[in-house]
Design a protein around this ligand. Structure first.
Ligand code: ADP
Length: 747
């Protein structure tokens, strides 16, 4: 500098002066102190040795006033300062002081940075005013805190991540949006949260940020802690290895957009015509459906008045409806006529509603238009075909009933009225239980309501066909009906909502059938009778022939011995015929009686009686007859005489068809709920091919009649056992013997 004077620093005065000037003009406060000690040499205070101008400013006193003064005298509060203790330690240990001190002196409260180092028995302290820096720092901290709070509390999801894709810091909004706490998110990889399908795109976005390019409006899906995904829109800015990003949950918005798109799609694709009008009846929207109905394109109609669609005679009607919608009301399915572009008329159904803005103000009117021309035609056709069906149903001779799932009659035809003998009014909305009816099965047993064909159809969902049932009304004869019942289903329903029953009156048919049956039975009876007469006359003819020839010998001869012999033959034949007549009578009695009187009795008593009465015949034939009576047998319902006769027939057969020295064993047992009477013999047995026939009347194996018998014993026994509710079974083997078993139900 030109005006700088050269100073000769070799001159000690000049040098002192120079130092003095630097000392005084320093921007730092510089003070030199000397320790003040007590008698024990303890430092009790400090005395200013030197102080520069700045030091004076900082302490709030002129510097020259300080020199020679004691610190505690000038500033007694200094004793409590940390600084004072540090000065003492500095002198005692030589440890330098480097300290930030908030100096308070009256209103003057600077922040001072103090460095002090020992000098003789004192120290030199240099003070720098750092109040401003301090303020700046505080401001910075406050700002940082503010940002931190803002970061934490911001509604947007904010985060700091690194370019390796790890979250470093996230705010509370993350927790609120995705459910993971801040600590669960921080230091985790971003990809841990990303929807698998969005991982590639996310990696790409992080790549862009690493390349220091900002990423705006990036959308990906994040897994929510409690399931599902949220759609998140991102804006990220890179700064070195850090990424600062703000994100928003746009899930709802995305759905809304999708919904909106869907709605637009619906409006565009719907077959109904949708027309929007403003309050001046000018068309503002016209969808393809409207074009299909009226023939005008959207270009032709938007901006036009709706009037061109309306026939003259309908104008007033339109105005009334539009006014209603403009007042916020709705008009639901109102049928009217409109004019197409080609001038033809079209039947339409209109649903008119107001269009409102977000403040709920009506700003227009929308109409949904449906071409009901086809519908009308279909309806007419339906009505026509229904009428046709109705006519057919009514002229049918078959009764038709429609019954709902609770059995109530919903519809019926005239034939149903006629067959059931009830009027339409008597039947409608009633159930068959409301009538004084009794329904019966074909065999006459009661048919409960739940088993009626339509009820079975309603409860099972299955059709019932050709069920015969009788309807008994008061004293009238039974009406027999043949019923078919079909279920009716609603779509997607497993059980029918109704059943249609059709039925025909078969009372006459049944009557005829019955007559036919009686006739047939009669025929059968006559046939059997003829057969019986034929067979029995055959049985009579043989003995009669024998008797006739014996009688002619008897009459022609005088030989006494011969006459006696022939008389004996005739007698024997008469005996035989008497027995035959007895048996025929028995047979006819059994045939005509149908039932015999039964009472509880013990089978053993009956068998013992038969064994006793046949003992003689057995002895004569040299056949051993044994009876093994079962013990503790229950009683059975029996007719003593008849049952004895049945058993006797079997025992006599057993004796007759068992050669001498054979055995006939009678035994009684119980098997389940039956008492069994067994007649076993060691006789000639019966060939297998004859077994099925032995119970037929007049059937005999011995066609040569070499053994006595008429082939009526077994039929009689069987008939008796059957009237006891039992049965006879037989097992036999030729040359080994036969076993006949009578099974009777226990009483
Ligand atoms: P019949 O009076 O001829 O014995 P049944 O009706 O009693 O008439 O028997 C019919 C036929 O069955 C007999 O003719 C006989 O051939 C055969 N039969 C019946 N019981 C026996 C038996 N215990 N052993 C062998 N054959 C028998």
């Amino acid at each position: 500098m030109s005006n700088t004077r050269e100073i000769d620093l070799t001159d000690s005065n000049a040098r002192l002066n120079y130092l003095q000037r630097i000392f005084d003009s320093s921007l730092n406060g510089i003070m030199v102190f000397r320790a003040v000690r007590d008698a024990e040499n303890r430092i009790i205070d400090f005395e200013w040795v030197m102080a520069n101008t700045k030091a004076g400013e900082l302490t709030g006193r002129p510097a020259d006033e300080l020199v020679g003064k004691r610190v505690l005298d000038m500033m007694p509060e200094t004793l409590n300062d940390v600084l004072f203790a540090q000065y003492v330690r500095l002198i005692e240990t030589g440890e330098t002081v480097d300290y930030e001190h908030h100096h308070k002196y009256g209103d003057f409260e600077p922040w001072l940075h103090v460095t002090a180092s020992p000098l003789d028995d004192g120290f030199v302290a240099i003070f720098t005013d750092i109040s401003q820096q301090k303020q700046l720092k505080d401001d910075l901290i406050a700002k940082h805190d503010e940002l931190d709070r803002f970061f934490l509390l911001a509604m947007d999801m904010l985060c700091i991540a690194n370019t390796d894709g790890y979250f470093l810091k996230v705010n509370k909004a993350w927790e609120d949006t995705l459910g993971y706490s801040i600590t669960e998110t921080e230091n985790r990889s971003i990809l841990d949260f990303v929807h698998p399908d969005d991982v590639q795109a996310t990696i790409k976005a992080v790549g862009e940020l690493s390349a220091q390019k900002p990423v705006l409006n990036f959308i990906n899906r994040y897994r929510h802690k409690h399931g599902g995904y949220r759609t998140i829109e991102w804006r990220g800015v890179p700064q070195g290895k850090l990424i600062y990003a703000a994100a928003r949950d746009v899930t709802g918005q995305k759905e809304l957009e999708a919904n909106q798109a869907q709605l637009i799609g619906i409006v565009e694709s719907t077959l109904s015509g949708i027309i929007g009008k403003n309050l001046d009846d000018i068309i503002i929207a016209w969808n393809p459906g409207a074009e299909a109905i009226y023939g005008y394109t959207a270009e032709e109609m938007i901006g036009q008045s709706i009037d061109r669609l309306v026939p003259k005679d309908r104008v007033h009607e339109l105005a009334a409806n539009l006014d209603r919608a403009k007042a916020g009301g709705y008009v639901d399915r109102y049928e009217t006529v409109r004019i197409r572009k080609d001038g033809t008329r079209v039947n339409v159904a209109l649903t008119i509603s107001p269009i409102k803005d977000k403040h709920n103000q009506v700003i227009g009117v929308s109409t949904i238009n449906q071409d009901i021309g086809e519908l009308k035609k279909t309806q007419d056709a339906l009505r026509e075909s229904e009428a046709r069906y109705r006519a057919i149903v009514d002229t049918m001779t078959e009764g038709v009933l429609l019954q709902l799932s609770d059995g109530t009659i919903q519809a019926c035809n005239t034939a149903a009225e006629r067959i059931l003998g009830l009027t339409l009014d008597q039947m409608m909305r009633r159930t068959p239980t409301n009538f004084t009816w009794r329904t019966i099965n074909e065999d006459g047993t009661p048919l409960p309501t739940t088993q009626l064909p339509h009820m079975l159809t309603l409860t099972t969902g299955k059709p019932q066909s050709n069920m015969t049932m009788g309807v008994c009304k008061a004293d009238l004869p039974v009406t027999w009906v043949l019923v078919n019942s079909e279920p009716l289903f609603q779509p997607d329903s497993a059980l029918p909502y109704a059943a249609v029953s059709t039925f025909v009156d078969i009372t006459d048919r049944k009557q005829m059938e019955k007559q036919r049956l009686v006739l047939e039975l009669e025929k059968e009876r006559v046939k059997l009778l003829a057969q019986f007469i034929e067979q029995s006359s055959h049985e009579f003819r043989t003995p009669l022939t024998v008797m006739q020839s014996s009688l002619s010998v008897l009459m022609q001869t005088d030989n006494e011995a011969k006459r006696e012999q022939k008389a004996a033959v005739i007698e024997a034949q008469i005996d035989g015929l008497t027995r035959l007549v007895d048996m025929l009578q028995r047979m006819s009695q059994l045939d005509s009686r149908g039932s015999i009187e039964l009472e509880p009795g013990l089978v053993n008593d009956i068998v013992a009686e038969v064994a006793a009465t046949t003992q003689y015949a057995a002895a004569e034939a040299h056949v051993k007859l044994r009876f093994e009576a079962g013990e503790g047998l229950p009683s059975v319902l029996l007719n003593e005489d008849y049952l004895q006769e049945a058993i006797r027939q079997l025992v006599e057969n057993a004796i007759r068809y068992t050669p001498a020295e054979g055995t006939v064993t009678l035994c009684t047992t119980q098997q389940d709920s039956s008492v069994i009477i067994e007649i076993a013999d060691t006789g000639i047995g019966i060939p297998a091919d004859s077994l099925p026939h032995i119970f037929e009347r007049f059937y005999r194996l011995d066609s040569a009649h070499s053994t006595p018998g008429f082939g009526l014993g077994l039929p009689i026994a069987q008939s008796i056992v059957e009237t006891h509710g039992g049965k006879i079974v037989v097992e036999s083997e030729p040359h080994k013997g036969s076993v006949f078993k009578i099974m009777l139900p226990c009483a």
